[in-house]
Design a protein around this ligand. Sequence first.
Ligand SMILES: *Cc1c(COP(=O)(O)O)cnc(C)c1O
Length: 391
Amino acid sequence: MCDYIPLSVPNLKGNELSYVTNAVEEEWVSTGGKYIDIFEKNISNYLNVESAVACQSGTAALHLSLIQCRVGFEDEVIVPTLTFIAAVNPVKYCGAYPIFMDCDDSLTLDAIKLKEFCEEQCSFINGILINKKSSRKIKAIIVVHVFGNLANMEKIMDIAKRYNLKVVEDATEALGSYFKDGLYKDKFAGTIGDFGAYSFNGNKIITTGGGGLIIAKEIDDLNKIKYLSKQAKDDEIYYLHGEIGFNYRMTNLQAALGVAQLEKLEDFIQIKNDNYGLYKELLNEVEGVRLLDFNENIRSNCWFYSLILEEVNIDRNQIIKKLSQNKIQTRPIWGLIHQQNPYVEAQTYKIEKASYYYDKVINIPCSSNLKKNNIIKVVETIKNILLKQER
Ligand SMILES: *Cc1c(COP(=O)(O)O)cnc(C)c1O
């Protein structure tokens, strides 16, 4: 399939095969082994944090983070509606309820509406934020750094501090993005809130096949998370368990892939930034569309590129279909979570921009092995589809 251009595929041309082969040869394939330790250590160094816990998926990372936020039965958690559903489902795993927030023009959580909601729709009594409508306690905020952009963490952390809310950063799409100035200068996505969750699913900037990682501001929280991820085992020999744990630990095979992928992360980010720049330049010449900007004060990992259909006479799905006929894989942005079957009853707050962007965003090919002529073909094809429509 030489001329098929996929949306986002892994790039495994470094030491992946050699490390995985070594793990197999040494017969350490399960949840113990040297690569897990190396992976955790190397990624901690990269992120400038004390330590990290590798787990089975980004979803598991978010679940364990929420548990350690003490989100429990009948509590509430503020979440974005414009995200992948895995950012929200763990709220329900905890027996809690999501409250859906809007996004701003960066597609990340709208900090102004968040503040407004806490001020006007809640009461703050004895250090506890109570949702007036449901009378339930609000315990945490899940912030998603959508497509490698960074949410407005200064404002969000401010609000969280004022109302005693825990912050879980869903940095599954933003490994390597960091602030270039401001209060959080040089801080990476995921290292600012109380917890940071990462994913190494096949489409993410680096992959372990499937996998995740958790970091925490408090080392005690992180140790507890590690314990829970390994079935809460108190005694290795007698199999004594202090709590209900989970089978969430990463395997050595996954970690072997991860160690090799991490060696390439900065290269991938450079390529993705360069490709984004080329797309941006070429798409400037195409009328009616633009490429979504990454915030100015950040170094983004430029994970996913979002084409915004501003003034076009053709429906989003038609464009996707025509691109597909030209062997170019694109996709619409996620269905808004508050409109999905499990969440139609959930509370929402002034969702406007998310609905606006829902119809207007197409994610275009962004793999790190994309060639210059692939990018030119994608832009030319988009241009032709739009031109034909005008006639
Ligand atoms: C990928 C992703 C997740 C989940 O990660 P998995 O490793 O697939 O469980 C969660 N949130 C967002 C925003 C994601 O993009």
